[in-house]
Ligand binder design. Structure first.
Ligand code: VTB
Length: 322
């Protein structure tokens, strides 16, 4: 794919962020989510792509916009057909409380290259470029942390492991406590924490634990562009979820490598920080009609990673989107 789609997609994550940002700290997560979805959906009409949503807000009958299978984009002649994964707002609770790690995010590939991850839990591990080939979801956590410390040339005590602050992760915390490494617990939003492993100055070395499977694919796309590694395993809990995995041709318990999650070398990724994270500042409204966002746009083909700081004139933008 010759075109750098990520540069277009970032305009879409910016709009989702502006819309969601209007609900920052207002205690209404549904309104924030709805606004992000609507903003993202509308902005797609301005982007020249022939897109099909493969990871979105849900099945057609449960989501009015950005549902799985929905066509998005302004189709012009000669434009390539692509698959699109979106999360207009990862961290709905976070934004309602103005806490860190909320993000608007999109990944795109040629058709058939992204796992259509169903809405269930996924066990995840993410690591930056130096840890690629060193950690493995099937290896004990002690081993992963020790091996990672070695390649990072750090003491085990200084390795920072991040995970969602959930009771189900107590077993991981226990291992970390025994080893003496550092643990960062975040309330929500594990797309940004997976990405943070790839930024050396984030002070995050390893991301582990279970969270949403669709967001796992988005995180894998980001980590692939950033040169790190991501592995996952679907965790079906009901008979229906088990059948869903089987219908996708997946074995129960199968390890999903980066290639299984996001295949090939034509991955485009864009995200905009709704609230602060370990590598981007969240949206700021100046109170006088302007907002500033920070985003990342990147693609595997060239390996370019762009950090984009944008000033938005809100009333002009509003007219443009509608
Ligand atoms: C959340 C959210 C994550 O998964 O934790 C969710 O913070 C599922 O976990 O960003 P819970 O059911 O325990 O809340 C994510 O949405 C994505 O992995």
């Amino acid at each position: 794919m010759d075109k750098n789609l990520a540069l277009d997609l970032v305009r879409v994550t910016e709009v989702a962020t502006i819309k969601a940002g209007l609900w920052l700290g207002k205690g209404d997560k549904n309104a924030a989510d709805g606004a992000a979805v609507e903003g993202m959906r509308k902005m797609f009409n301005h982007i020249d792509v022939d897109g099909r949503i493969v990871i979105g807000e849900g099945e057609m009958d449960e989501a009015p916009m950005l549902y799985i299978g929905e066509k998005v984009g302004h189709v012009v002649e000669g434009v390539e057909k692509i698959d699109i994964a979106v999360d207009p707002l990862d961290g709905t609770t976070i934004i309602s409380k103005a806490q860190d790690h909320a993000i608007a995010v999109i990944a795109a590939t040629p058709q058939g290259k992204m796992l259509h991850a169903p809405d269930m839990y996924m066990d995840k591990i993410a690591v930056g470029p130096k840890g690629k080939g060193v950690v493995h979801l099937d290896m004990p956590l002690e081993h992963n942390i020790t091996a990672l410390a070695k390649v990072l040339d750090k003491k085990v005590e200084d390795v920072m492991v991040v995970m969602l602050d959930r009771e189900r992760h107590q077993k991981h915390i226990d291992v970390c406590r025994k080893l003496g490494c550092r643990v960062k617990l975040v309330s929500d939003g594990d797309v940004t924490t997976a990405m943070a492993t790839c930024f050396e100055d984030s002070n995050i070395d390893l991301m582990i634990g279970s969270g949403g499977a669709p967001e796992g694919v988005l995180a894998a796309a980001a980590v692939k562009c950033l040169g790190g590694d991501f592995q996952g395993r679907l965790l079906p809990e009901t008979q229906e979820e088990i059948e869903r995995c089987e219908s996708m041709g997946l074995e129960i318990g199968q390890l999903l490598t980066m290639e299984d999650l996001v295949a090939g070398d034509e991955v485009h990724f864009a995200c905009t920080a709704v609230t602060d994270n370990d590598f981007l500042k969240g949206i700021k409204f100046d109170g006088h009609g302007k907002a500033v966002t920070e985003s990342i746009a990147m693609r595997t083909e060239t390996g370019t990673i762009r950090t984009i700081r944008t000033v938005h004139i809100l009333d002009k933008k509003e007219k443009y989107i509608d």
